[in-house]
Design a protein around this ligand. Structure first.
Ligand code: AMP
Ligand code: GLY
Length: 422
């Protein structure tokens, strides 16, 4: 099969690496990709939102399966464009990717189908939102409706903070059009778990659980980021939690989407909070998590292309998803200053070592080769260092050891990834 992967982060590197291990894969392309991805796929300089160019490229290269890794092109309808051109594509169509693309949509869906989530109200009008805040309980959570790179969520401890937040989202439009509408919801407490799943429109198969560390600083301080590190499996995702989610959340979501005339094919990422009253959905994403994919995919035993083909064909019920009885930890190496301001173009050394070490992975996120062919930083999150081990403790130790193998100026990482399991 000829494969085209769309995206350029650590997640796409993890996907590309899994695809490269499949005996079904012939030629693998990635648009636009990054320096690390070019070791397992041919990178082509087409942006993830350049739909016309992507479709022509896929036709020209006789691509058998397009895999869309990122949220923006999914929400924008790349899958629909590919399908219209007769190209098989793994990922939800635009009308299903709205599960991630609109928080107002996903909250309404959960309410309608009794899927456990935080209580909420939706607002199109800042005045009504201000009025609602007068009577609300604090802390409270404000969410811009649309995609805002994980930054459109504000947790406000007081009425004053919340009013500022509404102003920021709806009046100042800090998150752009994502803030034309907003959701205000109940603040929940508990441990967070990320559960990724494969879905073929009707059947859902759950992958091994993971936990992300979203804040920039140790001890969950500082700004929200795309994710600073992950571990898998999550020991807090017990059999009891799994049973509950299977009964009330997973299949219920897939069935709800089908009933709404929006059959979902691809990956549903359930952001769960394990509250005292039971697991509740914090958010849905319509794609693999990043860096969740970097700890989940290296532990998956199945041929990823077989599973993705089954999703596209609607035969996922025939697949048994299997994961190694191992653990994995990913520590993100970022550029100091992420997620705000950081330098790019700084030389990276030492990453070759990962090619020789079994069970260690250096997933590239923001990297490129400069004009002289040197590997340099090219983003806020630079590399995802993943290591496996027989258990989480050992995997964590291995991952932190491996972070020392790579060097670049302004290298920054959290030192407490996976501390929760110690
Ligand atoms: P989201 O993009 O919806 O996942 O929100 C980003 C982060 O904000 C989540 O991972 C949680 O840590 C936090 N968060 C979102 N919604 C809530 C909530 N209702 N209660 C508490 N924390 C929340
Ligand atoms: N790591 C969280 C996300 O991919 O949205």
């Amino acid at each position: 099969m000829n494969i085209l992967i769309v995206g350029s982060g650590g997640r796409e590197h993890a996907i590309a690496m899994s695809v490269s291990k499949s005996p079904l894969a012939k030629k693998i392309y990635c648009a636009p990709g990054n320096a690390g991805i070019s070791a397992v796929a041919q990178c082509v300089p087409i942006g993830a939102m350049e739909f016309e160019k992507l479709v022509s490229f896929a036709k020209e290269k006789e691509i058998d399966l397009v895999i869309v890794g990122m949220d923006d092109p999914l929400v924008g309808g790349l899958v629909d464009e590919m399908e219209a051109a007769g190209i098989r594509t793994f990922g939800p169509r635009k009308n299903a990717a709205i599960l991630e693309g609109s928080k107002a949509f996903s909250k309404e869906l959960m309410k309608k189908y009794n899927i456990p989530t935080a209580a909420y109200e939706t607002f199109d009008d800042a005045k009504k939102a201000f009025a609602y805040l007068e009577e609300a309980a604090y802390p409270i959570v404000l969410k811009a409706d649309g995609l805002a790179l994980g930054k459109g969520v504000l947790i406000c401890n007081t009425k004053e903070e919340a009013k500022d937040g509404v102003k920021t989202i709806m009046e100042d439009k800090k998150f752009g059009d994502a803030g034309s509408r907003m959701v205000i919801e109940e603040f929940m407490t508990g441990r967070e778990v990320s559960v990724l799943s494969f879905v073929d429109g009707k059947t859902i198969k759950i992958m091994s659980s993971a936990q992300d560390h979203k804040r920039a600083g140790d001890g969950d301080t500082g700004l929200n980021t795309g994710g600073m590190g992950t571990f898998s499996p999550s020991p807090f995702y017990t059999d009891e939690v799994d049973e509950y989610c299977k009964k009330y959340i997973y299949q219920a979501t897939v069935d709800a989407m089908a009933k709404e005339g929006r059959p979902f094919q691809g990956v549903i990422f359930f952001g769960l909070m394990l509250t005292k009253e039971g697991p509740k959905v914090l958010e849905y994403n319509a794609r693999f998590g990043d860096p969740e994919a970097q700890v989940v995919l290296p532990r998956m035993k199945n041929d990823i292309l077989e599973v993705m083909e089954a999703c596209v064909n609607g035969t996922l019920d025939e697949i048994d998803l299997e994961f190694e009885d191992s653990a994995a930890v990913c520590v993100v190496l970022a550029s100091e200053g992420y997620p705000l301001h950081y330098e790019k173009g700084l030389p990276i050394s030492g990453s070759e070592r990962f090619e020789q070490e079994e069970g260690y992975y250096c997933f590239h996120a923001g990297t490129k080769f400069d004009e002289g062919g040197n590997l340099v930083t090219n983003g806020g999150r630079v590399l995802g260092i993943t290591a496996k081990g027989p258990d989480l403790r050992q995997a964590r130790e291995n991952a932190y050891k491996a972070t020392e193998w790579v060097q670049f100026e302004n290298k920054y990482m959290r030192s407490d990834i996976g501390n929760a399991i110690l």
